[in-house]
Design a protein around this ligand. Structure first.
Ligand code: UDP
Ligand code: MG
Length: 323
């Protein structure tokens, strides 16, 4: 690896879902900043099946700026899929991933790029503050990250999707075959020489956050299951606890029988049955969830389906096609 000031094309990947208002602003801000810094770049918008005018906005930007490109999903496949689609489209020697709503400060991309030039292959954006959110959200996020960090052995509590990856890291990620990919954890998991850049989460420039409590819970469960088999060990743990309790209760019942005391009987039996029954159900649920995930991976469906793509005006003329 040549350590001294390599130069190269930077691809900026922007997953966008219902971001018609943010797209023009993002394209303008990022291209101005990078042009000022003298960084050769392309901007790739991934329209994640938006229901508003996001695709039209992307096409508009592509016709204005030669370095802007866009791909459109056939429906909403989620941010993770959008990130991977953008990385698959990237032609750069390195690729940055950031939010379209400019909550990830674009000026940090230049800082990341400079670190890449010094030879780092993965440059991670690290949140110094989580921006404004409600305390319940912060608490839930903390619980989620402690499980994920435990499973990975890497502190993920400040991790974000704001990253810059060298071509080699991008290709490594794209070669991973799991469908249920969790970008922010996988990009640490792959290793490589890593640097960190701190940033403050900015307020959204327009539109609103796509996350409801329900989707966050689903996101947490999916990603914990994708990265850790710990819930399966919970089954063993629950089993052991119930076993220890049942030995104690068994000895106590036997003692009562031997000493001729009457058992309280019926209520105890019902309570025990309910208790053991529910534990068994929960355990089956956990196992079933993992089987479901195995089934999903086994089907080997693509992570996303593209329906259209557009490309900025270049020497070859304007290219726009329907896939
Ligand atoms: N996003 C996406 N697909 C989705 C949801 C979100 O591509 O299904 C994009 C969204 O357009 C934005 C980024 O992911 O660029 C972060 O989403 P959002 O701002 O809603 O999340 P938050 O910043 O509140 O965590
Ligand atoms: Mg956001």
């Amino acid at each position: 690896m040549d350590k001294e000031n390599r130069a190269g094309l930077l691809s900026v990947v922007l997953p966008s879902y219902n971001e018609e208002a943010s797209v023009p602003r993002a394209a303008r801000t990022i291209s101005e900043l990078l042009a000022q810094a003298g960084v050769q770049h392309e901007i790739i918008f991934v329209d994640d099946g938006s229901r508003d005018g996001t695709w039209a906005a992307i096409q508009g930007q592509a016709s204005l700026h030669p370095q802007v490109r866009g791909v459109r999903f056939s429906r909403n496949f989620g941010k993770e899929a959008a990130i991977f689609a953008g990385l698959a489209q990237a032609r750069g020697d390195c690729a940055a991933v950031m939010d379209c709503d400019l909550q990830h400060p674009p000026e940090k991309v230049v800082e990341m790029y400079r670190l890449w030039q010094q030879g780092y292959q993965v440059v991670e954006g690290v949140k110094v503050s989580r921006g404004r959110e409600n305390p319940l959200h912060t608490l839930a996020a903390r619980a989620f990250y402690s499980v994920i960090s435990g499973a990975m052995g890497v502190d993920m509590s400040k991790a974000s999707d704001f990253k810059l990856l060298d071509r080699r890291a991008v290709d490594t990620l794209l070669a991973l075959r799991e469908k249920n990919a969790f970008f922010r954890a996988l990009s640490s998991w792959i290793g490589f020489s890593t640097a960190q850049v701190e940033f403050e989460v900015q307020p959204r420039v327009a539109g609103e956050s796509k996350w409801s409590i329900r989707s966050l819970v689903r996101y947490a469960i999916t990603n914990i299951a994708a990265f850790s088999a710990a819930p399966l060990q919970l089954v063993t743990l629950l089993g052991t606890v119930v076993f220890v309790c049942s030995v104690a209760l068994g000895m106590w019942s036997l003692w009562q029988k031997l000493t001729g005391q009457a058992l309280e009987g019926f209520t105890t039996v019902i309570l025990l049955q309910l208790f053991i029954g529910s534990i068994l159900m929960v355990c089956l649920g956990i196992i079933g969830y993992y089987i479901g995930k195995i089934y999903e991976e086994l089907k080997d469906r693509p992570r996303y389906i593209l329906s259209e793509q557009c490309e900025g005006e270049s020497e070859g003329g304007k290219a726009e096609k329907t896939l």
